[in-house]
Write a protein that binds this ligand. Sequence first.
Ligand code: WTA
Length: 656
Amino acid sequence: MSQPTIESILHEKRSFPPSPEFSAQARIKSMEDYQALYDAAAADPEGFWGDLAEKELEWFQKWDKVLDWNPPTAKWFVGGQLNISHNCLDRHLGTWRKNKAALIWEGEPGDSRTLTYAQLHREVCQMANVIKSFGVQKGDVVGIYMPMIPEAAIAMLACARIGAVHTVVFGGFSAEALRERLKDASAKLVITADGGYRKDAVVPLKPQVDKALDDNAIPSVDNVLVVQRTGDEITMDSGRDHWWHELQKTASADCPAEAMDSEDMLFILHTSGSTGKPKGVVHTTGGYNLYTHVTCQWTFDLQDTDVYWCTADVGWITGHSYIVYGPLSNGATTVMYEGVPRPSNPGCFWDVVEKYGVTIFYTAPTAIRAFMKAGERHPKSRNLSSLRILGTVGEPINPEAWVWYHRVIGGERCPIVDTWWQTETGGFMLTPLPGATATKPGSATRPFPGILADVVDLEGNPVEANQGGYLVIKHPWPSMMRTVYGDFDRFRRSYWENIPPKDGQHFYFAGDGARKDEDGYFWVMGRVDDVISVSGHRLGTMEIESALVSHPAVTEAAVVGKPDELRGESIVAFVSLESEHDPSEELAKALKQHVVEDIGAIARPQEIRFTDDLPKTRSGKIMRRLLRNLAAGEEISGDTSTLQDRSVLDKLRGGA
Ligand code: WTA
């Protein structure tokens, strides 16, 4: 590394304050309100979180101490006892919310189901008893490998209810990836379905489970519980496999929630490293319950009339925190959709918004760029007037995509909450509060109250305004990951030692580069692993890509560095075009010129490669690491098990 920080070259100036009408009805109405909360939390974090824990959650036993911080180990609400499934279900049953819709589910083929809080509670209790009947006990691990159906949420809540630890594996992962994760967690039981519907096709799941368990590959797994979703024929091993619906028929709906210690493990969720085996991120009960509850309530300004829809999959942290636990703990109505935009209905998301009167819509930049590419006619032909808040998560959002989202989906009236966070952080770290924060396209704005975030150099010194650097968190927060499952040392090395502690100050470093502007707004510049070094300048990917995406012909772009004798690296841009534009030499030239005009000659791509698609992870993040291999003419190296569509790489190779 030639320089300790990252240079920032693109400065987006537009600003969008919430309307006075919106702010007037919001929970947090102004920047003064925000600042008061932020200051209170910074001055007395334990008082701040302790008060919220008392007010917002039900505890079976109160804690003795709010925080025990022995870096990098944090214990929150020490000695307290609670159960997150109780907070998500039981406590609403004594209120009018008993018969409120908890979960509205829409299947891809058009079937649907609504479960009230009372109904969801009943099914969770039944399944908790079924899970117990397999001998699963408090602390045992249950693997969940499911399509996006209500039973996925029911299974998670049923585990939490009896103190079993769930480990959800995204239903799009292969048998090998599933085996690796189940094995790492020593799962005792696997809950799955025969299959699910996705992109106009049936995705078989049970056959993958069979393959993963083949030859007794995971000796800890004794039983498999199978939901019948598609009705396709599958093999059932008579000693091992059981049908969900059959066991549900006779299961008792009486299952008191187990009293869990605040620091008892709630779940393990694997994140893919670029090399090496996936990390099992461990989250515990009390702090996670509180933090996802409060962030969901304030960031989405949740009201009892809201119909809230997060389009993520429950296989990702976003699904855990903001489809299941956060919304249900608040007694909100959460929508779950099995499908994704697909050839037979590119506008299916807008159908769901119209059908259920969705008021809060939360998705990812990759989806927004796909909506742009599919064209305005799809959203324009539906009634989206119920929407009042939009959200985005997963990658830095390019300002042009942000502005399109604001205009076409939000009708210029809905605040956009750009939430920066990670599997490891459990909940939102940087985010606007929609009634308070003036948003700027491409910025996740300010830290959530209680989060002490900063941009520093490798020695931990804060960098100046508008200088790029390393995004760090300087104080523990309730939903921070506690360890890598079975490997505390890896946890310490991966997150707490990249920037060494200084004068007793510890830095959680998340792997992202960022800058802070003169208003204290954070701009995430992408993963520092992706930084490109041109003639001694270290450039983040986000800014160059955003310049490319701001050209009318471009929908999506990824830039990577290619070794260059003179400059260290040169910039190669992979670009996909709006449907009405074709690749040409002239266009490539025009795009290079556009970047030069937008941000300067230093960022001029040496090479433009046109492509229909970019390689992405299954959660929609661009995999620049693979493009780097391609640009350099190397073999693809490192782990590719999270790649969404292999054919994209083959096409890129062929076309290069
Ligand atoms: C990226 C998803 C910019 C970032 C919740 C982070 C973002 C990684 C944003 C975590 C955002 C997520 N702006 N970048 N709003 N949200 N990221 O673990 O690089 O799947 O470190 O968690 O996604 O991804 P993960």
